[in-house]
Design a binder for this molecule. Structure first.
Ligand SMILES: [Cu+2]
Length: 457
């Protein structure tokens, strides 16, 4: 392995390492658990790509004839590959998965390689790829390469382009990727899609896009209907009570970290029943790509909310000019909530016609089962109960900083997690010094984060 090649793996592994720990804790076996990847990640932990080249470039770009910046999907790992005679070989396993979508909620879903959504496949335009697929589900399945122009026999539609892949069977897909862009892989069964069977398939361009991005992030939008006391999503439902980015509901989603002055790319894909207007606070972005690939710069115009329809990919980019923790969230009001029914179980919450003290006591009782160490809510007026319509958001928020602490949440204000629910996360734009400090924390993945809290429990 040449020096540049080694550096590529180390850089790639560095990015992977930042999120693997959480992927493991949230989703069981992360696909990066194989020894080779683990070794690379281990090397990556001690390798800073921001060291001597920090002045020239913010994010690492793999060296070699076709350099590209890997996308990072928070809380998801990359699918590792081997190279066989110039072909990139990926091993993808469809199987049941337990996914922790919130500190108090783990659901039984289906995914790939122990992860739901599945691990990210990253290739480059021009690559020949082989996906050795194994079905460990209790029923037949297949994989469709969404948006990719592949020969019909690789299209992954049961009975049309291939026979269904039976439980226990293997199947090999192989094709050349001549496109660039943000694609997906997913089961072509509707109910299996709603069980979570989707993942990113990113084809990086042969030549780096201009202007080039310093950070490249990815989010997968999904919704789930999970009744209280249940763990299996109702795939026939038309209404949803859990909304996730990359299989995690806020505030458990890992914030994205960007350096002040960098250019940030955000790829968003949607595989669900709803369309999601994704809004970024405090910044304007431009739409630089769709599920069809890169859009010409002449089509870009400023916006801060992008509607990501079902089966679509939307790629936006912005200059991270303003320091701060900027929200990225779906703006559908009901997608900015989590299901409190899961905490309540079969009890009814007494939000209406209740007193402040009574509500607080009730929340604390509920929180004991989580356990949240601190539960409180925003102040209400003394005469709140005399106002028609009360309560609305009062008593909805449940701070759980301790339950979701991780390096990426370091430095957020106390009780930051109280207002974060559903499809909601942060892009944290950090000045140089704080950014370097954060990168050290992520690389070391300190687990002894201390939470500042002004309240008595
Ligand atoms: Cu939404």
């Amino acid at each position: 392995m040449s020096g540049t090649r080694r550096s590529f793996f180390q850089d790639a592994a560095f990015f992977g390492a930042g999120f693997l720990g959480l992927a493991e804790s949230l989703g069981g076996n992360a696909p990066g658990n194989d020894p080779q990847t683990a070794r690379e990640i281990e090397q990556g932990r001690h390798h800073s790509p921001y060291g001597k080249h920090a002045k020239k470039q913010i994010a690492p770009v793999p060296a070699g004839p076709n350099p590209f910046l890997p996308m990072v999907a928070p809380d998801l790992a990359d699918l590792p590959h081997e190279v066989d005679g110039g072909v990139k070989v990926f091993r993808l396993v469809a199987e049941p998965v337990k996914r922790k979508i919130a500190p108090f909620k783990t659901i039984d879903v289906w995914g790939y390689n122990g992860s739901c959504p599945g691990p990210t496949i990253q290739v480059q335009q021009g690559d020949r790829v082989r996906i050795v697929f194994e079905n460990k589900l209790p029923e037949s399945t297949s994989i469709h390469w969404h948006g990719l122009e592949v020969p019909i026999e690789q299209d992954g539609v049961p009975w049309i382009s291939q026979k269904p892949i039976a439980p226990g069977e293997k199947y090999v897909y192989e094709f050349t990727v001549h496109q660039e862009g943000t694609f997906f892989y997913h089961s072509h069964g509707a109910m299996q899609e709603m069980m979570g069977m989707i993942g990113f398939f990113v084809a990086h361009p042969e030549r780096t896009y201009k202007p080039r991005a310093d950070h490249d992030f990815g989010l997968i939008l999904q919704e789930w209907a999970v009744l209280p006391n249940n763990s299996v999503p109702n795939t026939a439902a038309m209404e949803y009570n859990w909304l996730t980015f990359n299989g995690v509901s806020a505030p458990a989603i890992t914030p994205m970290i960007a350096k002040l002055g960098s250019r940030v790319r955000l790829r968003i894909i949607n595989m669900g029943m709803d369309h999601h207007p994704i809004h970024l606070h405090g910044n304007q972005f431009v739409l630089t790509g769709t599920e069809g690939g890169r859009a010409p710069e002449s089509t870009w115009y400023p916006m801060n909310t992008v509607l990501v329809g079902v089966a679509q990919a939307r790629v936006v980019e912005f200059e991270a000019k303003y320091p701060g923790s900027w929200m990225v969230h779906c703006h559908l009001p009901h997608h900015m909530m989590n299901s409190m029914m899961d905490l309540l179980r079969d009890r009814a919450i007494e939000t209406a016609n209740t007193t402040d003290a009574k509500a607080l006591s009730q929340m604390e009782t509920l929180a004991e089962s989580v356990p949240f160490e601190h539960v409180h809510h925003s102040p209400i007026a003394a005469n709140a109960n005399s106002v028609p319509g009360f309560p609305q958001d009062a008593f909805m928020e449940m701070g759980m900083d301790e339950a979701v602490v991780k390096p990426e949440t370091h430095g957020l204000p106390p009780n930051w997690s109280a207002g974060m629910m559903g499809m909601m996360t942060l892009v944290r734009v950090l000045p140089d010094k704080e950014y370097e400090e954060m990168m050290r924390r992520i690389a070391g993945r300190k687990t002894d984060e201390k939470v500042q809290h002004p309240h008595k429990s």
